[in-house]
Design a protein around this ligand. Structure first.
Ligand SMILES: Nc1ncnc2c1ncn2[C@@H]1O[C@H](COP(=O)(O)OP(=O)(O)OP(=O)(O)O)[C@@H](O)[C@H]1O
Length: 300
């Protein structure tokens, strides 16, 4: 009886994908991350928020080995991420996009995606030189898959357009397609909605839900609170490089420390207990930004 209950519990336990333990990163005299610990489970859409300069991008850069932390560790499906080289990160199943879009501007959309796909190819240098039958078959498969991914993110009709000629929202979706080409288990998106209008953001939200529905776990840095609170099942809040709060969006929004970080000292005393429309953290830009003042960008 007891063992049946234990087994049932084990089945319902979410599978841990990434466990970060006390990550710290310093830039000269600035402590950008201090003992940051959190974990992401398979199937999460995990939000990472915090005021400007809180350390969100630094944390992304540590997770993807662009920065080496002074201390701490990060286990991702049995791999110690902090010991890997940046190019090995995608190979173990973690792909990312960048806050400032990083595409090959002079290449076409489909070529940008094909580049992402190359880490999963087998032909190697000799195949590339001789262009044998196997290499040509593999290249055709890469191109087919790249087109599928462009269709998947909704810009299949732009496949031959030069990346830098695409509208901003399409460039962001192209970055996501390129990241998906590496077949990630975890997709880390750094401010994917930045610069998007409300309808583009809605399309993006549906895309992220589709990606999660198709089995890819998502880690999301985003300043659009409405998007984060509506999309994520867990949220980590950083402030001055430290974890301020972690939990379900509904709890994070009510957390007095979080309200204070966004709205300034004393705000928590006046904040409503329930989340809803009256809570600035649950609102969209205009009213939130007006209230936030010092953290304008966070509410955009
Ligand atoms: N390469 C660097 N060298 C020196 N300081 C840095 C470097 N990268 C980030 N910082 C500093 O570390 C702190 C955290 O920056 P980070 O970009 O991680 O914050 P953020 O939460 O992503 O901010 P934003 O929301 O504005 O993008 C900031 O004070 C920033 O100026």
């Amino acid at each position: 009886m007891i063992s049946a209950a234990v087994n049932a519990d084990a089945r319902s336990m979410p599978e841990l994908l990434l466990v970060a333990n006390k990550l710290s990163k310093r830039f000269g005299g600035l402590q950008a991350l201090s003992d940051v610990s959190f974990s992401i489970c398979k199937g999460d859409i995990y939000g990472l928020i915090g005021p400007n300069g809180a350390g969100k991008t630094t944390l992304f850069n540590v997770l993807t080995s662009l920065y080496v932390p002074e201390s701490g560790s990060c286990n991702f499906m049995g791999h110690q991420l902090t010991r890997l080289k940046p190019h090995e990160i995608a190979v173990v199943g973690l792909a990312r996009t960048f806050q400032n879009i990083r595409l090959f501007g002079n290449l076409s959309a489909i070529e940008n995606v094909m580049i992402g796909r190359h880490i999963r190819t087998r032909a190697g240098l000799w195949g590339a030189i001789t262009r044998n039958k196997r290499t040509r078959a593999e290249e055709a498969a890469i191109e087919r898959r790249a087109q599928e991914l462009l269709d998947y993110v909704g810009i299949g009709h732009r496949s031959n357009d030069v990346a830098q000629s695409l509208p901003y929202g399409d460039q962001r979706r192209l970055e996501i397609a390129r990241a998906l080409a590496t077949e990630p288990t975890l997709l880390a998106l750094d401010e994917p909605a930045a610069g998007m209008n409300a309808s583009e953001t809605l399309v993006l939200r549906r895309l992220i839900e589709k990606i999660r529905g198709d089995g890819v776990t998502v880690l999301l840095i985003e300043h659009d609170m409405k998007l984060v609170m509506g999309l994520c099942n867990r949220v980590l809040v950083l402030e001055y490089g430290k974890v301020l709060a972690e939990g379900k969006p509904v709890d994070v929004q009510r957390n007095p420390k979080v309200i204070e970080a966004y709205l300034g000292a004393g705000a928590a005393d006046h904040a409503p207990v329930k989340v809803p429309a009256s809570n600035p953290l649950a609102q969209d830009q205009a009213s939130g930004a007006a209230a936030a003042g010092q953290n304008n960008k966070d509410m955009q």
